[in-house]
Design a protein around this ligand. Structure first.
Ligand SMILES: Cc1cc2nc3c(=O)[nH]c(=O)nc-3n(C[C@H](O)[C@H](O)[C@H](O)COP(=O)(O)OP(=O)(O)OC[C@H]3O[C@@H](n4cnc5c(N)ncnc54)[C@H](O)[C@@H]3O)c2cc1C
Length: 340
C-alpha cells in the first residue's frame, strides 16, 4: 500500500437532457458538471499548500470520457472506477471511494457539497476514520486545516480549525473558479470488487418531471423572477422576454411554492446553484437563501421598485423601477444580454 500523502478528489457529473431520458430508462450522463472543475481548483490549491499529489477519481458511467475531460492542468493521476451501474449509487460510491482512499493513503479527500456528495462523504469519512467538514467555502492549510463556512443562512461566516486529520471535506459550488488548461495526468483503472449483496439500493426507473429538460445551472443567461411578478398570469410576460432574449428562466422560491413553476427552476442555496454570465433578477428582494444560490454569477442585474432591496448590495447594475415597465424596455435589446 502506498502511504505517501495524497489528495483525492471525487467528481460529479452533469445533468441529463430530456432526449436522453425517456421514462424508466437509464439516462446516459451528459458531461462533467462545472462543480467538478471547481473541485480541481480547490484540490490543486490544497495540494500545493500541503505539498501532496493531486489524484482524481471518476466512478461509474463512461469513466474514460469523464477522465479525459478532467485531465486538466495540475492533476497528477486520474483513477477510473468502472461499475455495472451507470448512475449514482450510495453503496458503490462509498465502497469505491473508501477502497481507493485506503489504497493511495489519501490525507485529504475532497468532494462536492452536492446532493450526492452529501450522501457519500460522511459514510466515507466514517469508514476510513477521517474527520469530515462539510460546505467549505475556503480552505487554508497550516499543518492542520482552517476551513471557512457560512452559517445562519449565510449571515455569518465562521472559521473552523480542524487539526485532527486525515480529512474528508465537501466544498460549496461557485466558491472556486473552474480549472482550465489541458493536463497530462496518468490515467489508470481501479477495480473494486463489490459484493452484489452489499449494494442495497437500485434505481428502478426514471420519470421526467415538468421542465426536466432544463438545467438552470448550465445556463449562460438567466432571467430570474420573484414575487414582484404578483400573479401567475403575468409570467407570460417573462416567458416572452426569455424567448426574445434567448435567456433561460429561473425563479425565487415563492414562485415555486405557489406551484406556478417546477422546482428544478428554483435558484437556491440548498438546491440548484447557478453561475451564469448574466443573472437578471426581476422583482426579487435578495434574501440570503436566494443570494447564496446565485452570487457566483459574473454579472448581476437587478430590477426592483425598492431602492433598499438587498439584491442591490450584490448587483453590478441596478434599475429602480416597476418591472412591468422595464420588461418591455429589455425586450427591445433582443438577444444581446451584454447590451442591456
Ligand atoms: C430555510 C429556508 C430556505 C430557503 N431557501 C430559499 C431558496 O433556496 N431560494 C429562494 O429564492 N428563497 C428561499 N427561501 C425564501 C427566502 O427567504 C425568501 O423568502 C425568498 O427568496 C423571497 O423571494 P422573492 O425575493 O421573490 O420575494 P420577496 O422577498 O417578497 O421580494 C419581492 C421583491 O419584489 C419587489 N417588487 C414588488 N413589486 C415590484 C414591481 N412591480 N417591480 C419591481 N419590483 C417589485 C419588492 O420590492 C421586493 O423586493 C428560503 C427560506 C427559508 C426559511
Amino acid at each position: 500500500m502506498n502511504r505517501q500523502q495524497n489528495l483525492l478528489l471525487s467528481f460529479v457529473r452533469g445533468g441529463w437532457s430530456a432526449n436522453d431520458c425517456p421514462s424508466r430508462r437509464r439516462p446516459p450522463p451528459r458531461r462533467v458538471a462545472r462543480l467538478s472543475f471547481e473541485l480541481l481548483t480547490a484540490g490543486r490549491e490544497l495540494a500545493d499548500a500541503a505539498g501532496t499529489d493531486l489524484h482524481a477519481v471518476v466512478i461509474s458511467g463512461d469513466t474514460e470520457a469523464f477522465a479525459e475531460e478532467l485531465n486538466l492542468e495540475g492533476v497528477d493521476r486520474i483513477h477510473a472506477v468502472p461499475t455495472e451501474v451507470g448512475e449514482f449509487n450510495h453503496d458503490i460510491y462509498t465502497r469505491s471511494l473508501t477502497a481507493l482512499t485506503d489504497e493511495i493513503g489519501a490525507e485529504f479527500v475532497v468532494v462536492p457539497n452536492s446532493v450526492n456528495g452529501l450522501d457519500y462523504a460522511p459514510a466515507v469519512a466514517m469508514r476510513t476514520g477521517r474527520t469530515y467538514v462539510s460546505d467549505a467555502i475556503d480552505i487554508a492549510h497550516d499543518g492542520g486545516l482552517e476551513i471557512s463556512r457560512e452559517m445562519c443562512g449565510s449571515k455569518v461566516e465562521t472559521t473552523v480549525d480542524v487539526d485532527d486529520g486525515p480529512f474528508v471535506i465537501s466544498i460549496r459550488s461557485s466558491e472556486w473558479p473552474p480549472a482550465e488548461g489541458r493536463g497530462d495526468a496518468d490515467l489508470s483503472t481501479f477495480d473494486v470488487d463489490i459484493d452484489a449483496d452489499a449494494v442495497r439500493s437500485r434505481v428502478k426507473g426514471f420519470e421526467e418531471i415538468g421542465g426536466g429538460d432544463i438545467d438552470i445551472g448550465e445556463a449562460d443567461f438567466l432571467v430570474s423572477i420573484g414575487r414582484g411578478i404578483e400573479e401567475e398570469e403575468n409570467l407570460k410576460l417573462v416567458e416572452e422576454l426569455a424567448d426574445v432574449t434567448g435567456a433561460t428562466l429561473s425563479f425565487s422560491r415563492p414562485i415555486v411554492d405557489n406551484g406556478w413553476l417546477p422546482k428544478n427552476r428554483q435558484v437556491s442555496q440548498s438546491g440548484k446553484q447557478v453561475t451564469p454570465n448574466v443573472y437578471l433578477a426581476i422583482g426579487i428582494s435578495g434574501a440570503v437563501q436566494h443570494v447564496a444560490g446565485m452570487k457566483g454569477a459574473d454579472t448581476i442585474i437587478a430590477v426592483n421598485t425598492d431602492p433598499d432591496a438587498p439584491i442591490f448590495d450584490i448587483a453590478d447594475y441596478g434599475v429602480v423601477g416597476d418591472l412591468f415597465d422595464i420588461l418591455l424596455v429589455i425586450e427591445e435589446f433582443g438577444d444581446d444580454p451584454a447590451s442591456i
